[in-house]
Ligand binder design. Structure first.
Ligand code: BGP
Length: 475
């Protein structure tokens, strides 16, 4: 009973949110290097270039580039079995379209993976985590362009070949489905490097970019399995189950339709084909998506080994009488769920939703699952004596781990591991803030860029260490 013996306890981060060193050792500019910081009420702003006097939080971030040995030592002290991060595409191919990779960038990850392996920590690697080369956006229009498939596959194959004996667990695109919520377009930029022009059909562009990414993912997976048959290559889905607000049949149907729009990606990744409802939707809406016969064959040949997913919250929706033909566009369709609380950023806290999600994936796909992000963004207070008391974070994680345990023990879910997000404080992807913190390790760095970058253990550090050492028995 309980979690697998080889359960992958660890933590998750992404290169652009913690490495800093944005222009060192030949690194090119990524799309996040030209996005400003924000604050609680403003999202990050895309400037497209580096403007004087602006604050670009990930240029330094928490300088993991220089601190990685110290940080990995702390992860090892917590007992991590794995560490999820991404490879910054722009360290390997600074512009994205070069013939030859950048050796200094490759070497950084070689050294960092060696440091993990020294402690028996398995690297779990995302190839694309909101950080594609800016040049591919300026020169090719980002993922609206089919040429990106070849550039991505070349990057993936370069990484697979170089690290084939160091990295076993991979994921292709982080939260690939987040862009389905077009909203203000920020996720479409983060995932696909696309800034929508007023005259463009955002939905058509989103489906097109997503399709090219799905084909690129499948091609990379196929190549990866040939390079090392032991590779475990997964997708990465942002899972926020969408509940109907009431049992009114219209609301139930609307929630189902919203789920179809947001999670068709999982069907393509796992089954290698589009669900009929999406194909029908394109036809009805007259969306012209470039999908070839070869693409469809590739999708079938590059299915994932597992589903990696993030889980932070659940959503809720209800039918709009004036809009019976439900057109799921994200934020504006979400309503507050009166049965759950929310974080200071309005993220609805719903541990049972995690068990629901684990069941939902298992019932549909029957492949192993890996929770590669989960966590509680909060303001922390550094006390006079240097301690940080974060019972709210422990409470959030306790409740989620407890539901995850029920999913394994009572529902039979095959769960590979759990890597809470931002195991060390880092730059928020959504707001660009430093003070929206997730870590077990506090980093002295603030929204305005001040701080001496020193690291301190929070109370949650010891708690998580105990969770890992008892394989989830003591939570
Ligand atoms: C996910 C992303 C991460 C991460 C996390 C927390 O969507 O994969 O990169 O940052 O959410 O979000 P935020 O940083 O906005 O609090």
């Amino acid at each position: 009973m309980g979690f697998r013996k080889d359960f992958l306890w660890g933590g998750a981060v992404a290169a652009h949110q913690l490495e800093g060193a944005y222009d060192r050792d030949g690194k090119g500019l990524s799309i996040m290097d030209v996005v400003t910081g924000g604050d609680v009420n403003t999202r990050r702003r895309i400037t497209g270039e580096i403007l004087k006097g602006e604050n670009y939080p990930n240029h330094e971030a928490i300088d993991f580039y220089d601190y990685y040995k110290e940080d990995i030592r702390l992860f090892a002290e917590m007992g991590f079995k794995c560490f999820r991060t991404s490879i910054a595409w722009t360290r390997i191919f600074p512009n994205g379209d070069e013939e030859q990779p950048n050796e200094a960038g490759l070497k950084f990850y070689d050294d960092m993976f060696d440091e993990c392996l020294k402690y028996g920590i398995e690297p779990v690697i995302t190839l694309s985590h909101f950080e594609m080369p800016l040049h591919l956006v300026q020169e090719y229009g980002g993922w609206r362009n089919r040429k990106l498939i070849d550039f991505f596959v070349k990057f993936a194959v370069t990484c697979f070949e170089r690290y084939k004996d160091k990295v076993k667990y991979w994921m292709t695109f982080n939260e690939i489905n987040n862009q389905a919520d077009i909203g203000d377009g920020f996720m479409l930029y983060a995932n696909s490097g696309i800034i929508i022009k007023p005259e463009e059909n955002a939905e058509e562009l989103m489906y097109q970019a997503s399709h090219y990414e799905l084909v690129a993912s499948a091609e990379a997976i196929k190549a990866g399995h040939e390079i090392n048959p032991k590779f475990q290559i997964g997708c990465m889905i942002a899972m926020c189950p969408i509940y109907p607000a009431t049992c009114r049949p219209e609301d139930i149907l609307q929630a189902e339709k919203a789920m179809q729009k947001r999670y068709y990606y999982t069907d393509v990744h796992v089954k290698g084909e589009y669900p009929v409802n999406i194909l029908k939707y394109w036809e009805r809406k007259d969306l012209k998506i470039d999908v070839t016969e070869e693409d469809l064959a590739v999708l079938k040949q590059g299915c994932v080994d597992y589903i990696g997913f993030s889980y932070y919250m659940s959503f809720c929706t209800k039918a709009e009488p004036d809009n019976p033909e439900y057109d799921y566009r994200g934020e504006k369709d979400r309503i507050k769920n009166q049965y759950v609380k929310a974080s200071e950023w309005g993220w609805q806290i719903d541990p049972i939703g995690l068990r629901y999600s684990l069941n939902w994936f298992t019932d549909r796909y029957k492949v192993p699952l890996f929770i590669v992000e989960n966590g509680f963004g909060a303001y922390d207070t550094l006390e006079e004596d240097g301690s940080i008391h974060d019972p709210y974070r422990v409470e959030y994680l306790q409740h989620h781990i407890s539901e995850m345990k029920k999913a394994v023990e009572e529902d039979g879910v095959d769960l590979m591991g759990y890597t809470p997000w931002g195991c060390i404080d880092l730059v928020s992807a959504g707001t660009g803030e430093m003070d929206k913190r997730y870590g077990f390790i506090y980093v002295d760095k603030h929204n305005d860029g001040t701080g001496d970058l020193s690291r301190r253990k929070k109370d949650s550090f010891e708690w998580y260490k105990e969770v890992i050492s008892t394989n989830g028995e003591n939570i």
